[in-house]
Design a protein around this ligand. Structure first.
Ligand code: UDX
Ligand code: UDX
Ligand code: ADP
Length: 463
């Protein structure tokens, strides 16, 4: 019976997941640890608006559980030693150096965690991989844990998280499935799987818990993200065909989605997918395939990334082209910076690349996102443009609300599908803008007929 859980990594995955586990398992003490003191302070802040992650429903759960059975701390050693089960939920970014640069997952943080666990643990532990990892990472973790001198037994499980940002709490409360990979041929392995299942069974029905071997579990997570990203790349590829044939991509997506073999979800054409997972996981898959000499497999999946890059570039080029082939010195309003609505996360957001293209074309950008801070927007732009903050602040303006942003603008470019963008008074907005007033709707959230009626030059995706 698990009495105490520790989660290493208080990020987008670790934070919300542990909050829900704590809520549903009041008899278990859950401690989330991180080396980042600022992040832990933010998780502990009295003002719940200051939690480091914005997710609908998260603050309520934290309010109910924090300092009851959910704790946030930087004392990693103590939390490891006192727990029966340890979740590893640290980041695994794409490597930026050495072998596999730009492709392979950087496992340095995972390895550091494993070494720390081996060094500190004095009682038996179940170690759970929560981060998305390349296939066979568990064997790395196992061999490091074997080095422990404290005569401690470790059982390793893989339990990938399928939550999507913006819907993290509903996804956690009602998962499609819970995947647990473990050594089901051994008694110890079976017991570990049962212990982890027991935690989920407090709110998830048994039929949703899938048990596989550890390698299938690791690979399933990469595969799920690759398939999801591939659907978006596919529908975006069709959007390019729609734009030259008078077909409408939303109609095409609706029509094919009714085929139950295809299904309706994840067929929304867009300016390109973003987020911390899709690109990283596909690159990882490509790297794994290549390293086993499976070059055709690698090329197949790499095409998803290439198509996504093409979509972003195609959209930015369309903006320039429709505005008489120049945006130099023109005021362009970017609505949205997050990689999708209902999150403050901008990692790999399509907005970053599109802003960069427009900056190269010397556009004057005015940016507003309901949740992403100006500091974050500038730091994303520093990275992609190579300009420093001062240089950027001279030409780019970031707003706290959309109220004063449209005055004398040449164009509006919608990059994130925030609900509030649909509620604006576009008649008023049009009156504040220069003629001809352009809207480039990279998320197809506005009604084209209505926008034309108001007098906008309106362009969506795939229509
Ligand atoms: C297909 C479409 O399904 C149908 O909607 C369209 O009208 C015509 O083309 P069909 O070619 O008759 O129909 O057979 P289908 O069942 O789709 O199978 C096509 C091929 O894919 C077969 O060789 C089948 O063995 C293979 N297949 C199908 C797989 O290898 N794996 C699968 O999971 C499904
Ligand atoms: C994804 C997976 O959905 C989740 O299961 C996994 O655990 C982590 O990666 P996330 O990155 O949070 O989650 O967001 P998701 O909703 O999948 O969206 C990813 C990107 O695809 C966003 O930029 C989104 O705007 C875009 N998207 C999504 C589309 O362009 N069209 C769609 O139909 C769906
Ligand atoms: P994810 O989206 O996978 O949750 P994040 O980057 O949001 O990724 O969170 C990962 C967290 O893990 C970061 O807050 C980071 O500081 C933390 N972390 C990384 N390595 C360690 C470590 N060795 N010990 C404790 N925390 C770590």
């Amino acid at each position: 019976m698990i009495k105490s859980i520790c989660c290493i990594g208080a990020g987008y995955v670790g934070g919300p997941t542990m909050a829900v586990i704590a809520l549903k398992n009041p008899h278990i003490k859950v401690t989330v640890v991180d080396v980042n003191q600022d992040r832990i302070n933010a998780w502990n802040s009295q003002d719940l608006d200051l939690l480091p992650i914005y997710e609908p429903g998260l603050a309520d759960i934290v309010a109910k559980t924090r300092n009851v059975n959910l704790f946030f701390s930087t004392n990693v050693d103590e939390a490891i030693d006192q727990s029966d089960m340890i979740f590893i939920s640290v980041n695994t970014p794409t490597k930026t150096y050495g072998i596999g640069k730009g492709m392979a997952a950087d496992l340095k943080y995972i390895e550091l965690c494993a070494r720390q666990i081996a060094r500190v643990a004095t009682t038996d532990k179940i170690v759970v991989e929560k981060s998305t990892l390349p296939v066979r990472t568990a064997s790395t973790i196992k061999s490091i844990l074997k080095q422990s001198h404290n005569n401690v037994k470790f059982e390793i499980l893989s339990n990938p998280e399928f939550l999507a940002e913006g819907t993290a709490i509903t996804d956690l409360l009602n998962p499609d499935r819970v995947l647990i990979g473990g050594d089901y041929h051994t008694e110890d392995g079976k017991n570990a799987i049962a212990a982890l299942s027991g935690i989920y069974l407090n709110w998830v029905t048994g039929d949703k818990i899938i048990t596989t071997n550890i390698w299938s579990s690791e690979l399933s997570k990469l595969t799920a993200n690759a398939f999801l990203a591939q659907r978006i790349a596919s529908v975006n590829a069709m959007s390019a065909i729609c734009e030259v044939t008078e077909a409408n991509v939303d109609e095409v997506a609706y029509a094919i989605g009714k085929d139950t073999r295809i299904g309706e979800k994840f067929l929304k054409a867009s300016v390109g997918f973003g987020g911390s997972c899709f690109q990283k996981d596909i690159l990882n898959l490509v790297y794994i395939a290549k390293s086993f000499g499976l070059n055709e497999v690698a090329d197949y999946w790499e095409q998803v990334i290439l198509m996504n890059n093409y979509q972003k570039k195609r959209f930015a080029q369309k903006v320039v082209q429709k505005m008489f082939n120049t945006v130099s010195g023109k005021k362009i309003v970017l609505l949205g910076w997050a990689f999708k609505k209902d999150t403050n996360d901008s990692r790999e957001s399509a907005a970053i690349d599109i802003a960069n293209y427009l900056i190269e074309e010397q556009a004057e950008l005015h940016i507003y996102d309901p949740k992403v801070t100006a500091q974050q927007i500038f730091s994303d732009l520093e990275r992609i443009t190579g300009d420093n903050l001062q240089q950027l602040q001279e030409k780019i303006h970031v707003y706290n609300s959309a109220e004063a942003i449209f005055n004398n603008a040449h164009a509006i470019v919608i990059l994130t599908e925030w609900d509030e963008f649909k509620t604006y008074n576009y008649i008023d907005i049009k009156n504040q803008m220069l003629e001809p007033a352009f809207i480039f709707d990279g998320r197809n959230i506005l009604n084209p007929a209505e926008m034309h009626q108001i007098g906008f030059q309106y362009y969506g995706i795939g229509k």
